[in-house]
Design a protein around this ligand. Structure first.
Ligand SMILES: CC(C)(COP(=O)(O)OP(=O)(O)OC[C@H]1O[C@@H](n2cnc3c(N)ncnc32)[C@H](O)[C@@H]1OP(=O)(O)O)[C@@H](O)C(=O)NCCC(=O)NCCS
Length: 178
């Protein structure tokens, strides 16, 4: 599952129906910005993250996009989701994840997370962790389905004061799992 390793071309990694997950490039900035659901901090650092995402440096951020495969030129493929991650020591952190509303519940979020897991493990992560809003039950359901468990929280973690649930996944994400 290490197909996302390194700085190679933006080749497809995981699929969900007619959707393909690949490494993001600077050309994807506008499509990513148009996705509702990404945090302000993700959007603020987007250009910088895209500039370094395809570097071979293991500590560089991982930015993946899900595109609706059109069968035509890559530029014609609309971005329907994005995932952001980072290796810190031997832990892979899921920094953000969003899927366009009209493409939700079709497996895109799970495919992005599985590809992010593979990319971070390819860089040396032995586990995956993330923070999620306590009130974001939909995202929590996705993470639980992929084997994450809640292990504590961070009170007042978000700028609006909402608490975060801290979740961990020790084994590799099995996207085929139910
Ligand atoms: C959370 C999010 C990324 C999920 O993306 P998605 O493409 O819909 O996820 P998937 O289709 O892969 O979901 C797989 C499974 O996760 C669970 N799940 C996903 N979203 C769910 C929801 N809103 N309610 C309940 N369960 C949900 C279900 O078990 C689902 O399987 P099913 O559709 O067969 O029931 C998407 O809803 C989103 O972008 N939300 C706004 C941004 C956000 O909250 N990001 C998370 C930040 S921590």
């Amino acid at each position: 599952m290490n197909r996302a390793r390194g700085s190679g071309p933006a080749r497809p990694q995981e699929t969900a129906g007619a959707t393909v997950v690949r490494g993001a490039t600077a050309d994807d900035a506008a499509g990513i910005q148009a996705l509702p659901g990404l945090s302000n901090s993700t959007l603020r650092s987007l250009d910088r993250d895209l500039a370094t995402a395809r570097s071979s440096e293991p500590r560089a951020p991982v930015v993946l996009v899900a595109v609706a495969a059109s069968g035509g030129a890559a530029a014609d493929e609309p971005i329907v989701g994005a995932a952001f991650g980072l290796l810190q020591f031997d832990e892979g952190h899921v920094l953000d994840l969003a899927v366009a509303p009209q493409h939700r519940r079709g497996g895109v979020g799970g495919a992005l997370l599985a590809a992010l897991d593979a990319a971070l493990r390819g860089r040396g992560a032995v586990a995956l962790t993330l923070e999620v809003r306590e009130g974001n039950l939909g995202a929590q359901a996705l993470y639980r389905r992929l084997g994450f468990t809640a292990e504590g929280g961070r009170p007042g973690y978000y700028p609006d004061g909402e608490d975060a649930l801290l979740m961990w996944r020790r084994a590799a994400v099995d996207h085929g799992g139910g």
